[in-house]
Design a protein around this ligand. Sequence first.
Ligand code: TXA
Ligand code: MG
Length: 341
Amino acid sequence: MNDRVSSGSTPIMPPSTAALERAVAILQGGGLVSFPTETVYGLGADAENVEATQKIFSAKGRPADHPLIVHLASLDQIDGWAREIPADARRLAERFWPGPLTLILRRGPRSLDVVTGGLDTVGLRVPGHPVALELLRRFGGGIAAPSANRFGRVSPTRAVHVREELGDRVDLILDGGDCSVGLESTIVDASGATPSILRPGAVTAEQLAEELGRPLVAPAEDAPRAPGRMASHYAPEAVVELVERGGMIERLPQVLAVRRRVAVIAPSIPPNIPAFDEWLKRGRVVFVESSPDLEVLARSLYELLREIDRLGCDGALVELPTDAGLGAAIIDRLRKAAGLG
Ligand code: TXA
Ligand code: MG
């Protein structure tokens, strides 16, 4: 069962009992299973199997010093993975798990060096997707899983994206439909006295502050780098530029002077640009409608970024949403896509 599928591409299976049993057998045999979470699809391996977790790095083309998140079925399983759970961390886990929150905690003996990248801390998360939870319950242990994309590329939010990204480098893809959140989890470093946000996500800064009764501090200068803090992590092939609302009128003609075909991504056609229709007709501009609703925008953001490449655009102008609530995470990922880190 742990053998790679030798002919054709990796199967994409709906999460039937048989598929889940097969997934568990693959994990137990040291193979790789891609599974849906509410944030993005993960590329999972038995977190306590060194060789299996090493396969994650080669499948993704990811440097070995980038630590992996360990997924657990519930907060009750945390012992052994973390060696200390500060009161704030417990409070956040109780409030937001299962859900799109990863907690960085001091590592326990079950957290291997290959998973933590040699750090003294480990990232833990109980995901809020029924298929992920069922897989975790059946497997029983921790599943180490980064997003199921090649290193430096857009995270998959659909089963077919995983196949496009990883081909037969993964043994089985469980199809749980489109991810409901669409952006990677919020990462909170809760290993020290004062928690800080390392990567914004669907559990917002406002929600975290409300739960803890105070705003979270900015990450320390020497805090370990989350991938969300690396320039150009979620980049499509096209050159992406971010534009404030109302800024298209000035920027679009300038960009068209140096690009062949430009995707304009905004909730509505930018007003007062007389040549817009003409550019659309000549294929110089492609208008891609984004949602004004932040939750819908987050869910569709990576699909929009993929769309830019599919449309054959060499440039894209994206209208920025508000930076409140979920907007902070969306802007964070857009900045990565624009290479602004
Ligand atoms: O929503 C998510 O978090 C998805 C799903 C699959 O759970 N996973 C995900 O994994 O986004 P990944 O590997 O693409 O991003 C997680 C990042 C790591 O690359 C790392 O930078 C950070 O979390 N991380 C993990 N352990 C850490 C640690 N001990 N200290 C600081 N950052 C850590
Ligand atoms: Mg990732």
